[in-house]
Design a binder for this molecule. Structure first.
Ligand code: ZN
Length: 267
């Protein structure tokens, strides 16, 4: 094993291991941004009684499950949305390791993290989400440039198209009625990761997932919680669509091309 391979494998191992914590951190960042606080603003408090949380209350996934979905101090029911980002992070990391070839594992873990960060921050911290979206877009172009993924031309075209649509959306987003357009912050990154062809597929799946997300979050919402804004659902849906197209899109295109070739051979 070369040093590069060893470093690659250790990075993959560490990223999978810390994934529930990164999900928890992103959710905390999003919640604090939503209430106008900084992510480094001191300790975490109970939403019910404002008591400072102990370390044992902050273990991702386990704390939520062991406490039975209620806070230990005052038995306030904990929000589902405190648990779902932690599970999602872990799920995406394991998913990547189980499905993509070795040379795509580390890029996939980085993409999973950035997608989740942008999805969670798109509404409460649009500026940070836009910066992360641009980082993801440059990362996508870099993967293509260094031959990790496919054709650079279609990705540059996708990036340009995404940037154009996002700019139009950002100009319109100052209008409060079009706040769902904040999710457009994803578009340049989708184009540069997937290329212009798969971009449409990712957005299509994303819109379906967004509708599903909004319906499910209405169903599991507890009394007194604010409803999930449509823009959040759209951002989460687009992240999901991008992820599915990133993991399965190239195989899908290849098998469609094969089917097409077979059909034209039969004619
Ligand atoms: Zn409490």
């Amino acid at each position: 094993m070369t040093i590069f391979e060893a470093l690659n494998l250790s990075a993959i191992f560490v990223l999978v291991l810390v994934s529930p914590m990164t999900g928890s951190f992103l959710k905390c960042w999003a919640d604090r941004a939503a209430s106008g606080k900084s992510v480094v603003d001191g300790r975490s408090f109970c939403d019910g009684c404002d008591k400072t949380l102990a370390a044992r209350d902050l273990i991702p996934i386990l704390s939520w499950v062991l406490a039975g979905g209620k806070s230990r101090c005052c038995a306030t029911p904990l929000r589902w949305t405190l648990l779902t980002p932690e599970i999602t992070s872990l799920l995406l990391a394991v998913w990547a390791v189980l499905t993509v070839p070795l040379h795509l594992m580390l890029p996939s873990l980085i993409i999973a993290w950035l997608l989740q960060a942008i999805a969670l921050l798109a509404v409460p911290a649009p500026r940070i989400a836009t910066i992360l979206g641009m980082i993801l877009a440059i990362f996508g172009l870099g993967l293509s440039l260094f031959g990790v993924t496919g054709d650079l031309d279609t990705r540059l075209l996708g990036f340009a198209l995404g940037l154009l649509c996002a700019t139009v959306a950002w100009t319109g987003a100052s209008d409060p009625r079009s706040r769902y357009l904040q999710a457009a912050t994803f578009l340049p990154a989708i184009g540069s990761l997937l290329g212009v062809g798969l971009m449409g597929l990712a957005i299509g799946i994303g819109v379906i997932l967004a509708l599903l997300h909004n319906a499910v979050s209405r169903m599991i919402r507890r009394d007194g919680e604010d409803p999930v804004p449509p823009a959040t659902s759209l951002a989460i849906g687009l992240a999901g669509g991008t992820w599915l197209a990133w993991i399965y899109g190239i195989d899908l295109v290849r098998s469609l091309a094969n089917t097409f070739q077979l059909m034209s051979a039969l004619d």
